[in-house]
Design a binder for this molecule. Structure first.
Ligand SMILES: Nc1nc2c(ncn2[C@@H]2O[C@H](COP(=O)(O)OP(=O)(O)OP(=O)(O)O)[C@@H](O)[C@H]2O)c(=O)[nH]1
Ligand SMILES: [Mg+2]
Length: 340
C-alpha cells in the first residue's frame, strides 16, 4: 500500500482571496504535521503548486525532511466550458484560483495520484493544523477497520454556493437509475417533525426510517415523485482534512459521476465546491460502514476575517480540552467553532 499526504499550496505572503500569509501557514502546518505525526510515520508529503516555489523556497520548507516533494501543476479553465460564462470573481469575491482548487480536489487529484502509484492519500491545507499527537498510522488504521473515507468534522454548507446542486445530483441519479446508499437520507423532513404527534422518540425514528425507505423506493419506482431538492440538508464533510482510498474514486460509476459534475462546470460557474461534490459521491456510492469520523485528536481549520471567527474553528479531540492552544483559541474568539 502506497500512501501520501497532499497539500495544494501558494508561495505568497498575501493570498489573493483572504490576504493571508499562505507561505507561513504552510510552514506551520507542515511543522505541526511532522511534530505530531509524520516524524514517526514518514509518509510522503506532496506539495502541489503552480511553479511559484523555486528551489530555494522548496529547501526552506523541506528543512531536510526528505519525505517532502514538490509537484508543479498548471491550472486552466477546461476547454469544454465557455470562458465567457465564467465570472472573473464569483459573487465579487472568489477568484479563479479557488475554483481551480475545487476542481483539483473534486476531480483531477484521483488520476494524478493514481498515476504516481498511490493507493491512499490524506489531505491537508496550508490552514490545517494538527495539534495533538497521533501515535498510530492513520492509513493502516483505515485499512484495518475497512474504512474508505475518513473526516474530522461536518459543517452545514451555506445555501448560496449550493443553488441547483442537489437538484442536479438528483437528476443524474434519476436518469442513470442509481439507487444511492445514503444521499436521500440527507433531505430535510423537519416540517413533519415539528408536529407534536412525532415528538415521541421511538415514533420519530420509526417514521423517519419508513420515510427514508419510501424515498429510496421511489427512486426506482415512482420517478415523478421526488423529494424537493431544496430540502437538501447541506451537511458536508469539512474536507480540508480527509483520508481516502483512491480505488474508491477510480471505480467507473464514481468516475462517471465526477466527470458529469465536472462537465457541468458548477465549480467554475456557480461556486459548487469540492467538499459538496466529495460528500455527495460518498453518500451515493460508499457503504456507510466505510465512512469514519476521527474524534481522538485536535484539528484546527478556521476562517478568520478581520479578527472574527467566520467559519470552522478548533475541533477538540477527546481528552484535549486542556491543551494550551485550545484554551487560547477559546479566549481569543469566545468560542471554539463558528456559528453556522
Ligand atoms: N496553487 C494554488 N493553491 C490554492 C489556490 N487557492 C487555494 N489554494 C490552496 O488550496 C488550499 C485550500 O484553499 P483555501 O483557500 O484554504 O480554501 P478553503 O479551505 O475552501 O477556504 P477556507 O475554508 O476559508 O479556508 C490551501 O492550501 C490553499 O493555499 C490557488 O489559486 N492556487
Ligand atoms: Mg482552508
Amino acid at each position: 500500500m502506497k500512501s501520501c499526504i497532499v497539500y495544494l499550496a501558494q508561495n505568497t505572503a498575501k493570498d489573493p482571496l483572504y490576504g493571508r500569509d499562505s507561505r507561513s501557514m504552510l510552514e506551520k502546518s507542515i511543522d505541526l504535521l511532522f511534530l505530531n505525526y509524520n516524524n514517526k510515520f514518514n509518509h510522503d508529503v506532496l506539495v502541489f503548486h503552480e511553479g511559484d516555489f523555486d528551489k530555494n523556497s522548496q529547501e526552506e520548507i523541506r528543512k531536510g525532511r526528505n519525505e517532502i516533494q514538490f509537484h508543479e501543476l498548471s491550472f486552466a479553465i477546461p476547454s469544454f466550458l465557455n470562458p465567457q460564462e465564467i465570472p472573473e470573481k464569483w459573487d465579487g469575491v472568489y477568484g479563479i484560483g479557488q475554483r481551480h482548487m475545487a476542481r483539483f480536489y473534486s476531480y483531477s487529484i484521483f488520476q494524478i495520484l493514481d498515476d504516481l502509484g498511490y493507493d491512499w492519500f490524506m489531505r491537508m491545507d496550508d490552514d490545517s493544523f494538527l495539534h495533538s499527537k497521533i501515535n498510530y498510522n492513520l492509513f493502516d488504521y483505515m485499512v484495518s477497520k475497512g474504512y474508505d473515507y475518513g473526516y474530522r468534522a461536518m459543517l452545514k454548507e451555506p445555501l448560496r454556493p449550493t443553488f441547483g446542486f442537489s437538484e442536479m445530483v438528483l437528476a443524474y441519479l434519476k436518469a442513470e437509475r442509481i439507487k444511492p446508499v445514503s444521499f436521500l437520507q440527507n433531505f430535510n423532513l423537519s416540517l413533519e417533525l415539528n408536529n407534536e404527534y412525532f415528538s415521541f422518540k421511538g415514533r420519530i425514528k420509526k417514521w423517519l426510517t419508513n420515510a427514508i425507505d419510501r424515498l429510496a423506493e421511489k427512486l426506482n419506482h415512482d420517478l415523478n415523485n421526488w423529494p424537493a431538492a431544496t430540502e437538501w440538508n447541506r451537511q458536508t464533510y469539512y474536507n480540508n482534512f480527509l483520508v481516502t482510498r483512491i480505488g474508491f474514486w477510480k471505480q467507473p460509476e464514481v468516475q462517471s459521476f465526477l466527470g458529469f459534475i465536472d462537465r457541468v462546470g458548477g465549480s467554475y460557474k456557480y461556486r459548487w465546491s469540492d467538499h459538496i461534490v466529495q460528500t455527495v459521491a460518498v453518500q451515493i456510492f460508499m457503504s456507510e460502514k466505510r465512512v469514519h469520523c476521527f474524534e481522538d485528536w485536535t484539528y484546527e481549520h478556521a476562517t478568520i476575517k478581520k479578527g472574527k471567527l467566520e467559519w470552522g474553528g478548533m475541533f477538540v479531540g477527546l481528552g484535549d480540552q486542556d491543551l494550551t492552544v485550545v484554551k487560547e483559541f477559546q479566549e481569543k474568539h469566545g468560542k471554539l467553532i463558528a456559528n453556522q
